[in-house]
Ligand binder design. Structure first.
Ligand code: ATP
Ligand code: MG
Length: 372
Protein backbone atom coordinates (compact mmCIF):
# COMPACT_ATOMS: atom_id res chain seq x y z
CA UNK A 1 0.00 0.00 0.00
CA UNK A 2 1.48 3.43 -0.92
CA UNK A 3 1.94 5.69 2.05
CA UNK A 4 1.06 9.22 2.91
CA UNK A 5 3.51 10.43 5.51
CA UNK A 6 5.31 13.46 6.79
CA UNK A 7 8.95 12.45 6.56
CA UNK A 8 10.34 15.72 7.84
CA UNK A 9 8.67 18.37 9.97
CA UNK A 10 10.19 21.60 11.13
CA UNK A 11 8.60 24.04 13.55
CA UNK A 12 10.00 27.51 13.80
CA UNK A 13 8.89 29.94 16.51
CA UNK A 14 5.64 28.04 16.92
CA UNK A 15 4.34 28.35 20.50
CA UNK A 16 6.79 26.54 22.83
CA UNK A 17 8.99 25.41 19.91
CA UNK A 18 11.78 27.67 18.77
CA UNK A 19 13.35 25.31 16.27
CA UNK A 20 12.22 21.71 16.33
CA UNK A 21 12.96 19.20 13.62
CA UNK A 22 11.40 15.76 13.41
CA UNK A 23 12.47 13.19 10.86
CA UNK A 24 9.87 10.50 10.15
CA UNK A 25 10.05 7.33 8.10
CA UNK A 26 6.34 6.64 7.50
CA UNK A 27 5.82 4.66 10.69
CA UNK A 28 3.38 5.99 13.30
CA UNK A 29 4.92 8.46 15.73
CA UNK A 30 4.69 8.41 19.52
CA UNK A 31 5.33 11.68 21.33
CA UNK A 32 5.43 11.49 25.11
CA UNK A 33 6.42 13.87 27.86
CA UNK A 34 5.02 15.75 30.85
CA UNK A 35 2.17 18.26 30.82
CA UNK A 36 3.09 21.47 29.07
CA UNK A 37 6.12 19.94 27.30
CA UNK A 38 4.89 20.92 23.83
CA UNK A 39 3.29 17.69 22.50
CA UNK A 40 -0.03 19.13 21.34
CA UNK A 41 1.84 22.03 19.76
CA UNK A 42 3.51 19.53 17.41
CA UNK A 43 0.12 18.09 16.43
CA UNK A 44 -1.17 21.61 15.91
CA UNK A 45 1.71 22.25 13.48
CA UNK A 46 0.78 19.07 11.58
CA UNK A 47 -2.90 20.07 11.49
CA UNK A 48 -1.85 23.25 9.68
CA UNK A 49 -0.88 21.01 6.77
CA UNK A 50 -4.62 20.77 6.10
CA UNK A 51 -6.90 23.70 5.17
CA UNK A 52 -8.30 25.87 7.94
CA UNK A 53 -7.27 27.02 11.38
CA UNK A 54 -5.76 23.84 12.73
CA UNK A 55 -6.79 21.66 15.62
CA UNK A 56 -6.94 24.41 18.23
CA UNK A 57 -8.83 26.72 15.87
CA UNK A 58 -6.35 29.33 17.01
CA UNK A 59 -6.05 32.83 15.65
CA UNK A 60 -2.93 33.11 13.50
CA UNK A 61 -1.03 35.56 15.78
CA UNK A 62 -1.61 33.32 18.83
CA UNK A 63 0.47 30.57 17.24
CA UNK A 64 3.57 32.78 17.18
CA UNK A 65 6.04 32.10 19.95
CA UNK A 66 5.90 34.65 22.75
CA UNK A 67 7.53 36.87 23.87
CA UNK A 68 9.47 37.22 20.60
CA UNK A 69 6.36 37.32 18.35
CA UNK A 70 8.52 37.03 15.26
CA UNK A 71 5.94 35.16 13.24
CA UNK A 72 5.98 31.39 12.85
CA UNK A 73 6.62 28.75 10.22
CA UNK A 74 5.95 25.07 9.62
CA UNK A 75 7.86 23.25 6.90
CA UNK A 76 7.08 19.66 5.96
CA UNK A 77 8.20 17.09 3.47
CA UNK A 78 5.14 15.06 2.58
CA UNK A 79 5.52 11.71 0.96
CA UNK A 80 2.34 11.25 -1.12
CA UNK A 81 1.51 8.13 -3.15
CA UNK A 82 2.70 9.70 -6.40
CA UNK A 83 5.60 11.89 -5.30
CA UNK A 84 7.13 13.94 -2.53
CA UNK A 85 5.94 17.48 -1.83
CA UNK A 86 7.46 20.33 0.12
CA UNK A 87 4.89 22.31 2.10
CA UNK A 88 5.59 25.59 3.84
CA UNK A 89 3.01 27.54 5.80
CA UNK A 90 3.81 30.59 7.86
CA UNK A 91 2.63 33.94 9.17
CA UNK A 92 4.64 37.14 9.25
CA UNK A 93 4.42 39.18 12.45
CA UNK A 94 1.28 41.29 12.64
CA UNK A 95 -0.64 39.33 10.00
CA UNK A 96 -3.88 37.49 10.63
CA UNK A 97 -3.72 35.05 7.72
CA UNK A 98 -1.20 32.36 6.98
CA UNK A 99 0.72 32.02 3.75
CA UNK A 100 1.22 28.73 1.95
CA UNK A 101 3.65 27.36 -0.59
CA UNK A 102 3.52 23.91 -2.10
CA UNK A 103 6.67 22.83 -3.93
CA UNK A 104 7.94 26.39 -3.85
CA UNK A 105 4.81 27.90 -5.39
CA UNK A 106 2.17 30.00 -3.64
CA UNK A 107 -0.98 27.90 -3.34
CA UNK A 108 -4.52 28.28 -1.98
CA UNK A 109 -5.42 26.30 1.13
CA UNK A 110 -7.91 24.14 -0.74
CA UNK A 111 -4.93 22.63 -2.59
CA UNK A 112 -3.76 21.25 0.75
CA UNK A 113 -7.03 19.35 1.18
CA UNK A 114 -6.34 17.42 -2.00
CA UNK A 115 -2.72 16.74 -1.13
CA UNK A 116 -2.48 16.07 2.56
CA UNK A 117 -5.41 14.36 4.17
CA UNK A 118 -5.03 15.07 7.87
CA UNK A 119 -7.70 14.13 10.41
CA UNK A 120 -7.64 14.38 14.19
CA UNK A 121 -9.11 13.55 17.53
CA UNK A 122 -8.38 15.88 20.43
CA UNK A 123 -9.47 15.96 24.08
CA UNK A 124 -11.74 18.97 23.40
CA UNK A 125 -13.95 16.59 21.41
CA UNK A 126 -14.62 14.42 24.47
CA UNK A 127 -17.74 16.41 25.26
CA UNK A 128 -18.91 16.49 21.66
CA UNK A 129 -22.10 14.50 22.29
CA UNK A 130 -22.99 16.49 25.41
CA UNK A 131 -22.63 20.05 24.25
CA UNK A 132 -24.17 22.31 21.63
CA UNK A 133 -24.96 21.36 18.04
CA UNK A 134 -22.44 23.88 16.68
CA UNK A 135 -19.46 21.71 17.69
CA UNK A 136 -21.06 18.61 16.17
CA UNK A 137 -21.75 20.47 12.92
CA UNK A 138 -18.11 21.54 12.82
CA UNK A 139 -17.00 17.97 13.48
CA UNK A 140 -19.30 16.72 10.71
CA UNK A 141 -18.11 19.39 8.31
CA UNK A 142 -14.46 18.46 8.90
CA UNK A 143 -15.29 14.82 8.24
CA UNK A 144 -17.14 15.85 5.10
CA UNK A 145 -14.35 18.15 4.00
CA UNK A 146 -11.78 15.38 4.34
CA UNK A 147 -13.82 13.25 1.92
CA UNK A 148 -14.96 16.10 -0.34
CA UNK A 149 -12.47 19.00 -0.39
CA UNK A 150 -14.95 21.19 -2.34
CA UNK A 151 -17.21 21.16 0.72
CA UNK A 152 -15.18 24.09 2.11
CA UNK A 153 -16.20 26.31 -0.79
CA UNK A 154 -19.84 25.28 -0.47
CA UNK A 155 -19.91 26.12 3.24
CA UNK A 156 -18.21 29.46 2.61
CA UNK A 157 -20.61 30.38 -0.20
CA UNK A 158 -23.66 29.48 1.91
CA UNK A 159 -22.35 31.41 4.93
CA UNK A 160 -21.55 34.47 2.84
CA UNK A 161 -25.04 34.63 1.31
CA UNK A 162 -26.57 34.06 4.74
CA UNK A 163 -24.54 36.86 6.33
CA UNK A 164 -25.76 39.26 3.64
CA UNK A 165 -29.35 38.11 4.17
CA UNK A 166 -28.94 38.56 7.94
CA UNK A 167 -27.78 42.11 7.36
CA UNK A 168 -30.95 42.87 5.38
CA UNK A 169 -33.04 41.29 8.13
CA UNK A 170 -31.34 43.38 10.80
CA UNK A 171 -31.82 46.52 8.75
CA UNK A 172 -35.54 45.64 8.48
CA UNK A 173 -35.44 45.66 4.68
CA UNK A 174 -38.89 44.55 3.48
CA UNK A 175 -38.47 44.72 -0.30
CA UNK A 176 -38.45 41.07 -1.57
CA UNK A 177 -36.22 42.00 -4.51
CA UNK A 178 -33.28 42.43 -2.18
CA UNK A 179 -33.70 38.89 -0.90
CA UNK A 180 -34.40 37.01 -4.12
CA UNK A 181 -30.80 36.55 -5.35
CA UNK A 182 -29.38 35.79 -1.92
CA UNK A 183 -32.04 33.22 -1.12
CA UNK A 184 -31.46 31.50 -4.47
CA UNK A 185 -27.76 31.24 -3.62
CA UNK A 186 -28.50 30.00 -0.12
CA UNK A 187 -30.88 27.38 -1.52
CA UNK A 188 -28.39 26.14 -4.13
CA UNK A 189 -25.37 26.03 -1.82
CA UNK A 190 -27.44 24.88 1.16
CA UNK A 191 -28.82 21.87 -0.71
CA UNK A 192 -25.30 21.01 -1.91
CA UNK A 193 -23.96 21.37 1.62
CA UNK A 194 -26.56 18.92 2.96
CA UNK A 195 -25.94 16.50 0.09
CA UNK A 196 -22.21 16.52 0.92
CA UNK A 197 -22.93 15.89 4.60
CA UNK A 198 -25.30 13.00 3.86
CA UNK A 199 -22.86 11.45 1.40
CA UNK A 200 -20.11 11.66 4.01
CA UNK A 201 -22.31 9.97 6.62
CA UNK A 202 -23.16 7.22 4.12
CA UNK A 203 -19.46 6.71 3.46
CA UNK A 204 -18.73 6.48 7.18
CA UNK A 205 -21.55 3.99 7.69
CA UNK A 206 -20.24 1.81 4.88
CA UNK A 207 -16.69 2.05 6.25
CA UNK A 208 -17.94 0.84 9.64
CA UNK A 209 -19.98 -2.01 8.16
CA UNK A 210 -17.04 -3.45 6.26
CA UNK A 211 -14.62 -3.18 9.14
CA UNK A 212 -13.60 -5.73 11.68
CA UNK A 213 -12.90 -3.63 14.71
CA UNK A 214 -13.02 -3.74 18.48
CA UNK A 215 -14.53 -0.29 18.50
CA UNK A 216 -18.31 0.10 18.67
CA UNK A 217 -20.33 0.91 15.62
CA UNK A 218 -21.97 4.34 15.63
CA UNK A 219 -25.18 4.83 13.69
CA UNK A 220 -25.20 8.35 12.38
CA UNK A 221 -27.97 10.65 11.28
CA UNK A 222 -28.24 14.24 10.16
CA UNK A 223 -31.11 15.66 12.17
CA UNK A 224 -32.79 19.03 12.41
CA UNK A 225 -35.60 20.72 14.26
CA UNK A 226 -37.34 21.38 10.94
CA UNK A 227 -36.95 19.84 7.46
CA UNK A 228 -34.84 22.74 6.13
CA UNK A 229 -31.92 21.50 8.23
CA UNK A 230 -31.45 18.34 6.20
CA UNK A 231 -33.28 18.67 2.91
CA UNK A 232 -31.29 18.16 -0.28
CA UNK A 233 -33.96 19.85 -2.39
CA UNK A 234 -33.06 23.46 -3.34
CA UNK A 235 -36.71 24.32 -4.14
CA UNK A 236 -37.85 23.31 -0.65
CA UNK A 237 -35.10 25.44 0.85
CA UNK A 238 -35.85 28.36 -1.43
CA UNK A 239 -39.52 28.29 -0.51
CA UNK A 240 -38.68 27.99 3.20
CA UNK A 241 -36.42 31.07 3.16
CA UNK A 242 -39.15 33.15 1.49
CA UNK A 243 -41.78 31.93 3.95
CA UNK A 244 -39.54 32.50 6.98
CA UNK A 245 -38.61 36.07 6.08
CA UNK A 246 -41.17 37.70 8.36
CA UNK A 247 -40.21 35.62 11.39
CA UNK A 248 -36.49 35.92 10.58
CA UNK A 249 -36.83 39.68 10.50
CA UNK A 250 -38.22 39.68 14.03
CA UNK A 251 -35.23 37.56 15.14
CA UNK A 252 -32.72 39.57 13.08
CA UNK A 253 -31.19 36.39 11.62
CA UNK A 254 -31.95 33.32 9.54
CA UNK A 255 -33.67 30.68 11.65
CA UNK A 256 -34.06 27.94 9.03
CA UNK A 257 -31.56 26.09 6.87
CA UNK A 258 -28.64 23.65 7.03
CA UNK A 259 -26.74 25.88 9.50
CA UNK A 260 -29.24 24.57 12.08
CA UNK A 261 -28.63 20.87 11.45
CA UNK A 262 -27.31 18.47 14.06
CA UNK A 263 -25.37 15.21 14.00
CA UNK A 264 -26.90 12.40 16.01
CA UNK A 265 -24.99 9.26 16.93
CA UNK A 266 -26.24 6.05 18.48
CA UNK A 267 -24.15 3.30 20.04
CA UNK A 268 -25.58 0.67 17.69
CA UNK A 269 -25.07 -2.49 19.79
CA UNK A 270 -26.90 -0.92 22.73
CA UNK A 271 -29.31 1.27 20.80
CA UNK A 272 -28.14 4.01 23.14
CA UNK A 273 -27.86 7.67 22.09
CA UNK A 274 -24.23 8.80 22.30
CA UNK A 275 -25.03 11.50 24.84
CA UNK A 276 -26.28 8.81 27.27
CA UNK A 277 -23.19 6.60 26.88
CA UNK A 278 -20.39 6.41 29.44
CA UNK A 279 -17.34 8.63 29.03
CA UNK A 280 -15.23 5.71 27.79
CA UNK A 281 -17.98 4.58 25.41
CA UNK A 282 -18.27 8.11 24.00
CA UNK A 283 -14.53 8.11 23.43
CA UNK A 284 -14.69 4.71 21.76
CA UNK A 285 -17.44 6.01 19.45
CA UNK A 286 -15.23 8.90 18.43
CA UNK A 287 -12.34 6.53 17.78
CA UNK A 288 -14.69 4.40 15.65
CA UNK A 289 -15.62 7.43 13.59
CA UNK A 290 -12.06 8.59 13.07
CA UNK A 291 -11.03 5.07 12.02
CA UNK A 292 -14.03 4.85 9.67
CA UNK A 293 -13.07 8.21 8.22
CA UNK A 294 -9.52 6.92 7.75
CA UNK A 295 -10.77 3.78 5.99
CA UNK A 296 -13.05 5.76 3.67
CA UNK A 297 -10.17 8.08 2.80
CA UNK A 298 -7.86 5.15 2.17
CA UNK A 299 -10.35 3.80 -0.39
CA UNK A 300 -10.61 7.20 -2.09
CA UNK A 301 -7.07 8.28 -2.02
CA UNK A 302 -5.13 5.05 -2.28
CA UNK A 303 -3.27 5.81 0.94
CA UNK A 304 -4.34 6.17 4.55
CA UNK A 305 -4.61 9.74 5.87
CA UNK A 306 -2.34 11.20 8.51
CA UNK A 307 -4.14 10.79 11.84
CA UNK A 308 -3.45 13.05 14.82
CA UNK A 309 -4.49 11.49 18.11
CA UNK A 310 -3.96 13.83 21.01
CA UNK A 311 -4.03 11.98 24.33
CA UNK A 312 -6.29 9.32 22.94
CA UNK A 313 -4.59 6.44 24.74
CA UNK A 314 -5.27 7.77 28.21
CA UNK A 315 -9.01 7.22 27.83
CA UNK A 316 -8.85 3.67 26.54
CA UNK A 317 -8.30 0.46 28.48
CA UNK A 318 -5.32 -1.75 27.61
CA UNK A 319 -7.27 -3.95 25.17
CA UNK A 320 -8.70 -1.00 23.29
CA UNK A 321 -5.28 0.64 23.16
CA UNK A 322 -3.71 -2.46 21.66
CA UNK A 323 -6.62 -2.77 19.20
CA UNK A 324 -6.23 0.86 18.16
CA UNK A 325 -2.51 0.43 17.46
CA UNK A 326 -3.16 -2.74 15.47
CA UNK A 327 -5.79 -0.97 13.37
CA UNK A 328 -3.48 1.97 12.69
CA UNK A 329 -0.70 -0.38 11.60
CA UNK A 330 -3.06 -2.47 9.43
CA UNK A 331 -4.33 0.69 7.75
CA UNK A 332 -0.75 1.77 7.13
CA UNK A 333 -1.55 5.20 8.56
CA UNK A 334 1.05 7.53 9.91
CA UNK A 335 -0.69 8.30 13.19
CA UNK A 336 0.91 10.89 15.46
CA UNK A 337 -0.01 10.03 19.03
CA UNK A 338 0.69 11.96 22.21
CA UNK A 339 0.53 10.96 25.84
CA UNK A 340 2.09 11.88 29.14
CA UNK A 341 3.31 8.35 29.79
CA UNK A 342 5.40 6.19 27.46
CA UNK A 343 3.84 3.04 29.00
CA UNK A 344 0.59 3.80 27.20
CA UNK A 345 2.25 3.03 23.89
CA UNK A 346 4.29 -0.06 24.83
CA UNK A 347 2.40 -2.44 22.47
CA UNK A 348 3.59 -0.39 19.50
CA UNK A 349 7.25 -1.33 20.11
CA UNK A 350 9.25 -0.79 16.93
CA UNK A 351 6.16 -0.42 14.78
CA UNK A 352 6.41 3.28 15.74
CA UNK A 353 9.04 5.99 16.05
CA UNK A 354 9.36 7.31 19.59
CA UNK A 355 10.09 10.86 20.73
CA UNK A 356 10.32 12.36 24.17
CA UNK A 357 9.50 16.06 24.67
CA UNK A 358 10.65 18.11 27.64
CA UNK A 359 10.30 21.76 28.42
CA UNK A 360 13.12 23.87 29.85
CA UNK A 361 12.74 27.61 30.42
CA UNK A 362 9.64 27.75 28.23
CA UNK A 363 11.37 25.95 25.37
CA UNK A 364 10.36 22.52 24.06
CA UNK A 365 13.17 20.05 23.39
CA UNK A 366 12.56 16.89 21.42
CA UNK A 367 14.70 13.74 21.48
CA UNK A 368 14.27 10.52 19.56
CA UNK A 369 14.36 7.55 21.95
CA UNK A 370 14.21 3.76 21.50
CA UNK A 371 10.80 2.04 21.94
CA UNK A 372 9.95 2.18 25.67
N1 ATP B 1 2.35 31.48 21.73
C1 ATP B 1 3.05 30.77 22.63
N2 ATP B 1 4.35 31.06 22.87
C2 ATP B 1 5.09 30.35 23.75
N3 ATP B 1 4.60 29.31 24.43
C3 ATP B 1 3.33 28.98 24.25
C4 ATP B 1 2.47 29.67 23.33
N4 ATP B 1 1.26 29.11 23.33
C5 ATP B 1 1.32 28.09 24.23
N5 ATP B 1 2.56 28.01 24.75
C6 ATP B 1 3.07 27.03 25.74
O1 ATP B 1 3.25 25.78 25.14
C7 ATP B 1 3.38 24.84 26.19
C8 ATP B 1 3.13 23.44 25.69
O2 ATP B 1 1.83 23.31 25.23
P1 ATP B 1 1.21 21.93 24.73
O3 ATP B 1 -0.24 22.14 24.70
O4 ATP B 1 1.86 21.49 23.47
O5 ATP B 1 1.62 20.96 25.90
P2 ATP B 1 1.41 19.40 26.01
O6 ATP B 1 2.74 18.75 25.99
O7 ATP B 1 0.44 18.95 25.00
O8 ATP B 1 0.80 19.27 27.48
P3 ATP B 1 -0.43 18.43 28.07
O9 ATP B 1 0.11 17.09 28.41
O10 ATP B 1 -0.79 19.18 29.28
O11 ATP B 1 -1.50 18.39 27.05
C9 ATP B 1 2.48 25.36 27.29
O12 ATP B 1 3.20 25.40 28.48
C10 ATP B 1 2.09 26.75 26.86
O13 ATP B 1 2.26 27.70 27.87
MG1 MG C 1 -1.51 18.34 25.11
Amino acid sequence: MPRLAVTSLSLSHLRSHKTTLIQGDGRPVVIFGPNGAGKTNILEALSLLSPGRGLRRAAIPDIARTPEALGWKVTARLQAPDRTHEIETWAEPGTTTRALKIDGKTAPQIALGRLARVIWLIPAMDRLWLEGAADRRRFLDRLTLSLEPNHADTVLAYDKAMRERNRLLKDQVHNPNWYAGLETQMATHGARLTTNRIEALDRLSAAQTDAETSFPRADLALTAADPTGNTTDPDTLHQAFATARHRDMAAGRTLVGPHRADLEATYAAKAMPARACSTGEQKALLVSLILANARALTDDFGAAPIILLDEVAAHLDADHRAALYDEICTLGAQAWMTGTDANLFTPLTDRALWFEVRETDGLSQLTEVPPQ
